[in-house]
Design a protein around this ligand. Structure first.
Ligand SMILES: [Zn+2]
Length: 212
C-alpha cells in the first residue's frame, strides 16, 4: 500500500509538461501580444530570449491584441489569444504576433512584417496594403531583421495562410509614438478586419480611418 503510493507519486512527478503535448490546438486564428507576460514567464522558457521590448511596447501590444480578439470573437471567429511565451502548438487559418519596433537611432525604422515561409508573402502583402493606407511613416522591407524571419513563435503555429510578425510602427520615434498612442484599439480593429478577410470567415467590417 505504502509502496504503491510512492510509485504513484513518482509517476505524477514525471508526467509530461503541457509543452510536450503533441496534439495541436485547432482554432481559426492565433493572436499573440509581443513581450506580454515577461519577465515573469522567462524562467519557464529558458530557450527564448527574455526580450522585454521597446519602451512601452509591453503595455501596448495587449491593448491591440485584446481589441482584435474581442471583435473577432463577436463575429464568430475562434481566437487563441496568447502572451509572448506559451506552451503547445496551434493549427490555425492565420496567426499574428503583434509588436512595435524600437531603435537606438530614433526614427530609423517604422512598420514592418516578418514571416518565415515564402508562401506567407501574399498574407504579408495583404496586411501591408491595408496598413499602408493609413500608416503615414516608413515601412521597412519584409524580414529586414533575422528576428522577424526566424521569430521563435513561428515554431508553434501551423497556419494555413499566414503566420506573421507585425510591427505597427517605431515607438522610439516620438512622432510615430504620438500617432500610435490614441490608435491602439483602432489598430486592433484593423487587424481583426485583416484576419477575417484572410481566413474568409466572420465578415468583420473594415474600420476605415481612425476618427477620434
Ligand atoms: Zn517587440
Amino acid at each position: 500500500m505504502i509502496a504503491g503510493l510512492i510509485v504513484s507519486a513518482v509517476l505524477v512527478a514525471q508526467a509530461p509538461s503541457p509543452a510536450a503535448t503533441p496534439t495541436p490546438v485547432v482554432v481559426d486564428v492565433v493572436i499573440s501580444a509581443g513581450h506580454e507576460g515577461r519577465p515573469e514567464s522567462c524562467p519557464r522558457f529558458p530557450r527564448h530570449k527574455c526580450n522585454l521590448g521597446a519602451p512601452g511596447e509591453r503595455q501596448w501590444t495587449p491593448v491591440v491584441a485584446d481589441a482584435a480578439t474581442r471583435i473577432l470573437r463577436a463575429h464568430g471567429i475562434t481566437v487563441a489569444r496568447l502572451p509572448a511565451d506559451f506552451d503547445g502548438t496551434y493549427d490555425v487559418g492565420a496567426a499574428v504576433f503583434i509588436h512595435f519596433d524600437g531603435n537606438d537611432t530614433p526614427c530609423s525604422t517604422g512598420a514592418s512584417i516578418g514571416y518565415h515561409r515564402e508562401s506567407d508573402k501574399p498574407a504579408a502583402a495583404a496586411w501591408h496594403a491595408i496598413y499602408a493606407r493609413y500608416f503615414p511613416y516608413a515601412f521597412m522591407p519584409d524580414d529586414f531583421t533575422t528576428n522577424l524571419r526566424d521569430y521563435y513563435g513561428f515554431r508553434q503555429v501551423r497556419a494555413a495562410d499566414g503566420a506573421l510578425v507585425i510591427e505597427l510602427g517605431e515607438v522610439t520615434c516620438p512622432r510615430e509614438r504620438a500617432w500610435l498612442a490614441p490608435r491602439l484599439e483602432w489598430e486592433g480593429a484593423l487587424i481583426a478586419y485583416y484576419l477575417s478577410q484572410r481566413i474568409g470567415k466572420g465578415e468583420v467590417p473594415d474600420p476605415g480611418p481612425f476618427l477620434k
